[in-house]
Design a protein around this ligand. Structure first.
Ligand code: ADP
Ligand code: ADP
Length: 226
């Protein structure tokens, strides 16, 4: 079955700039998919539309059959997004950030606390649970964003340049964490402008450039062509 289906997606920003010029994209359930492209290609715009932070101009988007226009709440329930920029309440304790997030999905407080504990352990942040998020290093903030995106157990996780600016050691441990999540059955899409990251992690790849998908193939096929 299909985890993500995008048809003829367009975005023209209010200054007239056409950031997406008719994107078609399909990602199957269980896939680990890379959306690769240079800066300015339209990756963040696409993710912004999926997370309802950017209004699309045209086209359709659906996640596990939930259409963004007709069933935005259904779409939201099965999607977790890790944005590029940190957008936490800087003064809230990190344990509370996760519990608050769970509350947005109607998760009971007891379950929310159990899940927060689980993901903080998984991501090596348990010792920091009582600190305000502004006290965390960049790498820790990134891991906290991953924990927050997983708290409602989404079936599809989308990460926007998850390891940009992260040192090599942490990058490897984040990669291993994502590989394990995918093994557990979560479909993962990440954007990157870094072919090695896509090569290490992903089975299938879409290449985006100037608001168009210019290639959509398996990682194996792509590497043969290079
Ligand atoms: P929309 O077309 O979705 O309404 P806007 O064009 O109004 O979006 O822009 C949303 C925000 O993005 C504004 O705050 C704007 O200043 C900012 N912005 C404008 N140009 C750029 C750019 N090239 N890259 C990133 N952000 C931008
Ligand atoms: P990527 O994530 O691939 O680097 P983006 O989706 O952030 O690309 O941006 C695609 C293009 O749209 C870029 O040329 C960027 O400057 C432009 N852009 C992004 N946001 C806005 C905005 N709010 N208003 C106008 N142009 C924007």
């Amino acid at each position: 079955s299909s985890a993500l289906s995008i048809r003829q997606l367009t975005k023209t920003y209010s200054n007239g700039f056409q950031a997406l010029k008719g994107i078609d994209l399909d990602v199957a359930e269980g896939d680990f998919f890379a959306l690769l492209g240079p800066n300015g290609a339209g990756k963040s715009t696409t993710i912004g539309i999926l997370s309802s932070l950017v209004n699309k101009s045209g086209g359709t988007v659906s996640v596990f059959g939930h259409d963004l226009d007709r069933d935005p709440a259904g779409l939201k329930r099965c999607l977790g997004v890790v944005p590029q920029e940190f957008n936490f309440n800087q003064f809230e304790k990190i344990f509370d950030i996760l519990v608050t997030q769970a509350g947005y999905y109607g998760i009971l407080p007891k379950v929310a606390r159990e899940r927060a504990e689980y993901y903080l352990h998984q991501l090596g942040l348990w010792d920091k649970r009582d600190e305000a998020s502004r006290m965390l290093s960049g790498g820790m903030k990134r891991r906290l964003m991953i924990a927050r995106a997983l708290i409602h157990h989404p079936r599809l996780l989308i990460l926007d340049e998850p390891t940009a600016g992260v040192d090599i050691e942490l990058r490897r441990s984040m990669w291993n964490f994502l590989i394990e999540l995918n093994r557990q059955g979560i479909t993962i899409i990440l954007t990157t402008h870094y072919l090695e990251e896509a090569e290490q992690l992903c089975r299938n790849i879409g290449i985006i450039d100037h608001g168009r998908i210019v290639e959509n193939t398996s990682m194996r096929e792509l590497l043969k062509q290079l």
